[in-house]
Design a protein around this ligand. Structure first.
Ligand code: BG6
Length: 491
């Protein structure tokens, strides 16, 4: 069996709003994540706001959920888990030291846009914000850990997010490019790998996966947002290459492998069309530099009309990404038939796959789906691939100061083995960064109890706890995996 390449980048991944805290420190502006409440498996997260002098809340994580005229607002009697999160803002040295102890070669982190441009529209960046990330990158350098930086990970500055209704105005392109260019200039020599938007396809991924037909208006907004983000991403890629030809910039796609529910040809075609809509649409534009032929079918389906200029098309062509990166947690089922049992979880829906086991949060566990996904994407784009999110969200128990998490080890081992099979098949995989290498606030539910980490953080769903860090059993296991370059997967 082929081994992992010699310079394979093993590591972990987080996002600023889910770990940093310090939401109002160092001149940071509010982001959309700062007005998002805690939810659970059965209860959605809400955005809180004020409208005509009255307070209100609406389920969602993006500004598109806010009613017309509403202003996102923080209320003293409401708990916002991202405000402190796991306080990486003040613990980053300790956390990076622990990553180094595991032998991390790479750490995927995101920059909070509102730390750099507090309202998203200033012309000059906030120096304290720039300084914070410089210190983080210098700390990583101390341990030879390569940063892999997501420029935008679900946390647009609140001011522009509501002003432009979640990317419904092309002015957001300039705002984003100014922000990204500032980072490329500022961190030249400290950062090499960049990702333009986290899970860019999430805007439409869930339109096509559940089988529910979204309204034309919802689809119009999602496709418009995406067009502006594609152009913003392409212009950022061009700027990055001009600033430093050694920069490597990737797209980042939410990778969920869709399977036909039956061998009924209608299901097979529906699964393929779902893959086009949910997954390929974004990768095709960002990797190939133009809209795919089937885009017109998707737009017609919802009567979508886009504002696409000649300059946009030119930039899409010239600003293709250097690598394809993606998150992968699970697969799902697409069927035209009535289903007996539904998969129910946060971010999970559709028919249940009887061949798979499900996590406590209802996500299917399917390493073969990762192998399938890697093989399909390499064949399609011939670009280096990185698995930049993968992991199991589970409840952990502290027993005598220790955390035994064989379920997490098992999940990760199975996915590493699947990755190895794809590599044996000739797929060029360069990195594996497990999600939430340190426990963090779940994006989907706002919970702390949905833990992914190798490092336990003492904090609960209501914000109680000392924030003490404790290595779990998986910490020592992953250390061995990295030291053996993926050869020793035993417990
Ligand atoms: C991905 C996101 O969708 O999944 C992360 O990029 C998120 O931000 C991760 O945390 C896991 O989802 P959840 O809902 O378990 O936090």
């Amino acid at each position: 069996m082929t081994s992992f390449p010699k310079n394979f980048l093993w590591g972990g991944a987080t996002a600023a709003n889910q770990v940093e805290g310090g939401y109002d420190e160092g001149g940071k502006g509010l982001s959309i994540a700062d007005i998002t409440t805690a939810g659970s498996l059965d209860k959605p997260r809400y955005l809180t706001y004020e409208l005509n002098g009255k307070r209100g809340k609406v389920a969602g994580m993006f500004a598109n959920a806010l009613p017309e005229g509403a202003k996102g607002k923080i209320f003293d009697d409401t708990y916002y888990p991202n405000h402190i999160a796991v306080d990486f803002y003040h613990h980053y040295k300790e956390d990076i030291k622990m990553f180094a102890e595991m032998g991390f070669k790479v750490y995927r982190l995101s920059i909070a846009w509102s730390r750099i441009f507090p309202n998203g529209e200033e012309t000059e960046p906030n120096q304290a914000g720039l300084d914070f990330y410089r210190k983080v990158f210098e700390e990583l350098k101390k341990y030879n850990i390569e940063p892999l930086v997501t420029i935008s990970h679900y946390e647009d500055p609140l001011y522009v997010a509501q002003k432009y209704h979640d990317w419904q105005d092309r002015k957001m392109i300039d705002n984003y490019v100014r922000y990204a260019t500032t980072l490329f200039k500022e961190y030249k020599g400290l950062v090499k790998y960049w990702l333009t938007f986290n899970e860019i396809n999430s805007a439409i991924a869930f339109l096509g996966m559940t089988g529910d037909k979204p309204s034309n208006e919802m689809a119009q907004r999602a496709y418009r947002k995406l067009h502006y983000q594609f152009v913003a991403s392409a212009r950022a890629v061009k700027a990055a290459h001009e600033i430093d030809p050694d920069y490597v910039v990737g797209c980042m796609i939410c990778g969920i492998t869709p399977y036909p529910g039956t061998c009924d040809p209608a299901d097979v075609l529906a699964a393929r069309h779902s893959m086009e809509e949910s997954i390929f649409y974004c990768g095709d534009v960002q990797c190939k530099g133009e809209y795919p032929t089937y885009a017109h079918r998707l737009w017609d389906k919802y009567d979508v009309k886009l504002d696409i200029t000649d300059e946009d098309l030119k930039d899409l062509k010239e600003g293709t990404v250097d690598m394809y990166t993606f998150s992968y947690y699970s697969s799902n089922i697409i069927t035209t038939h009535k289903t007996d049992e539904e998969a129910k979880g946060n971010f999970a829906a559709g028919a249940k796959n009887k061949y798979l086991k499900y996590s406590e949060w209802g996500w299917s566990m399917d390493p073969t789906g990762l192998q399938y996904y890697l093989e399909v994407m390499y064949d399609r784009y011939h670009l280096p691939l990185m698995v930049v999110e993968n992991g199991l969200g589970a409840v952990d128990k502290v027993e005598d100061g220790k955390i035994h998490d064989p379920y997490r080890i098992n999940y990760l081992r199975n996915h590493i083995e699947a990755m190895k099979k794809a590599i044996a098949d000739g797929v060029d995989v360069r990195a594996y960064t497990t999600w939430g290498c340190i426990d963090l606030v779940s994006a989907g539910t706002g919970q702390m109890s949905k833990r992914y980490g190798f490092i336990y953080v003492d904090r609960d769903d209501e914000g109680n706890g000392t924030l003490k860090r404790i290595p779990k059993d998986s910490f020592y296991w992953y250390k061995k995996v990295i030291a053996s370059n993926g050869e020793d997967l035993s417990e």
